[in-house]
Design a protein around this ligand. Sequence first.
Ligand code: SF4
Ligand code: SF4
Length: 94
Amino acid sequence: MLSRRTMWRRPFQRVMGGDSALSKVKKVKAIRIREEWCKGCGLCVEVCPKHVLVMNRFKATVADLDACIVCCRCEDICPDFCLEVIPEDFDQQE
Ligand code: SF4
Ligand code: SF4
């Protein structure tokens, strides 16, 4: 299941222009991956425009966090809700 935070943030990001508007001003604090849920499909790796994610032993993992532009494409595409992208200013959003 999506976290409450993710459910709240997605519509807001879409209204604001999704990965075009917010991604230019946001930085990432962390990307959480629930490895036990990951089935290794690799969709998140394919969709990431900045090559932040890689596959490691059939699990998605973060390779270059600093490159993340918080577009949340990985979150959106994961069929098993494994990923959570946490913006740097997340605490101020709540
Ligand atoms: S939010 Fe996800 S898809 Fe977008 S740059 Fe960061 S890791 Fe890649
Ligand atoms: S899209 Fe989800 S299930 Fe597929 S590799 Fe990425 S984290 Fe794992």
